[in-house]
Design a binder for this molecule. Structure first.
Ligand code: DGY
Length: 301
């Protein structure tokens, strides 16, 4: 008999085909041995006595109750490898858009506000040749750094572990020296509100903050204050403390902020690859008994 799985995320055809070749789909949580989930998935584990594995179509998994999954010996598997380059592309898009004021000037053209000539009121800031500070030098952080080097940037980074790549500094030094501060750390108790008013105060007045990590890595009201007082120049955000961002958020009225709806990995190719990788994670665990990409390996002990 095929193991039963509950699918909590829409899957493209190729992923569905592999899923159906290996599993029986169920809508009944009590029957489910596996789950395919996403960042918005919440599971009532008390009602899932047969659950052994969860495959999330995401790199991040802060929405899951990891200690409880581990306690119940349920493996949680992510698909971080599939989205590195795409998320790094988006970080760069936010850097370029914030520095060159792409969204603000697009709105100006659309509103008929473009006057002949581009006066200094339309000027942005250079990206090439500047200093890029990457906070968190994991898969995505190092992919952002590679792009920075392609733009002739000096790259600084923070990392818990020493690396061979030069440029590792402590956070305060990174904040002081960087023209662009790009956040690429997972949300953990250590990174919760890592960037608050003190840290924003260390940034250059021309500094630009880019967040493609998680909203809670930044104290959002401190960021609003820094942007309002122009103690930093701009921000490019893909993630927020509360998602979706409230229409009453002060960020919405700020011209010096580029706002995206948490789309770091959202390209057709990458989301398809993530879905397939997640189904294969579930197969590795529930069909072959060889789990991979498990983020709570203690659950398997
Ligand atoms: C992830 O997979 O964690 C990303 O945030 C999705 O864009």
């Amino acid at each position: 008999m095929k193991p039963k799985v509950l699918v909590r995320h829409s899957l493209p055809q190729a992923a569905l085909d592999e899923l159906r070749a290996n599993f029986e789909e169920t809508e009944d949580p009590e029957q489910a041995e596996g789950v395919v989930g996403f960042l918005s998935t919440s599971l009532d584990l008390g009602r899932m006595p047969r659950l052994r594995a969860v495959a999330t179509v995401s790199a991040g998994y802060d929405n899951y109750d990891l200690p409880e999954l581990t306690r119940r010996r349920i493996a949680l598997m992510n698909c971080a490898d599939a989205l590195t380059e795409t998320t790094a592309d988006l970080a760069f898009a936010l850097m370029l858009a914030s520095a060159r004021r792409v969204a603000e000037l697009d709105a100006l053209v659309r509103s008929g506000g473009w006057k002949p000539g581009a006066g200094s009121e339309l000027y942005g800031l250079d990206v090439h040749g500047k200093t890029l500070g990457v906070v968190g030098y994991g898969r995505i952080g190092s992919a952002i750094a590679r792009r920075g080097k392609g733009f002739g940037m000096e790259v600084l980074y923070t990392s818990r572990r020493p690396k061979e790549t030069p440029g590792r500094v402590v956070l305060d030094e990174l904040l002081r020296r960087s023209d662009f501060v790009c956040l690429a750390v997972p949300l953990t108790p250590d990174t919760d509100r890592l960037i608050g008013s003190r840290e924003l105060g260390l940034m250059k007045p021309t500094g630009i903050l880019v967040n493609i990590a998680r909203g809670r890595v930044v104290d959002e009201s401190a960021l609003v204050e820094a942007l309002r007082r122009q103690t930093i120049r701009a921000a490019g955000l893909d993630v927020y403390e509360e998602e979706p961002l409230s229409p009453t958020s002060p960020l919405i009225g700020m011209p010096n902020v580029v706002l995206l709806p948490h789309i770091g990995s959202a390209t057709q190719e990458t989301r398809d690859a993530m879905a397939l990788a997640s189904v294969r994670n579930l197969i590795s665990c529930l069909v072959h008994g060889e789990p991979r990409n498990v983020v709570n390996s203690e659950a398997l002990e």
